[in-house]
Design a protein around this ligand. Structure first.
Ligand code: FES
Length: 144
């Protein structure tokens, strides 16, 4: 028999099955990994902060939850939450005499978090507060 000099690419049935398995395995990983990362990120970003009413008595003045930038107060329609993070570059704002002041570049916010003076481009972030019979639960996620 005469050889033509060209090698034809051929796989046995077993090799083809192995290649198919590897393809499906890699395809599965490439699909599952990003979905898993998204779900993990989403769960992490939906963090909750809770304080007991017994230890954290609310009134109409803003009061910080220790160890966080979350402040709470009793509003007219229920508990209110605010994140004391400047919307310019993220410095922690300080509450003084009814105003939030950023020590980094001087942005100022009203007592309800509205922007009074830049360079920040928007108000402080208000947080959703859920009141249960014995505690306040604050959603601190990036989704608001
Ligand atoms: S970080 Fe607050 S003004 Fe820049």
């Amino acid at each position: 028999m005469k050889e033509t000099g060209r090698k034809v690419f051929s796989l046995s049935r077993r090799e083809l099955l192995r290649l198919g398995k590897a393809f499906f395995l890699l395809s599965g990983i490439s699909l599952v990994y990003p979905i898993d990362r998204y779900i993990s990120w989403d769960l992490q970003s939906r963090s909750l902060l809770a304080v007991t009413k017994k230890d954290f008595v609310l009134n109409s003045e803003w009061k910080p939850i220790q160890g966080s930038r979350v402040w709470l107060r009793q509003g007219e329609d229920g508990p209110e939450g605010l994140l004391a993070t400047c919307t310019h570059l993220g410095c922690e704002v300080k509450y003084q005499a009814g105003e939030w002041i950023c020590p980094c570049h001087g942005s100022r916010f009203g007592e309800d978090g509205r922007l009074l003076h830049g360079p920040a481009g928007g108000p402080l972030r208000r947080l959703k507060v859920e009141e249960t019979p014995d505690r306040y639960r604050v959603e601190t996620s990036a989704h608001g």
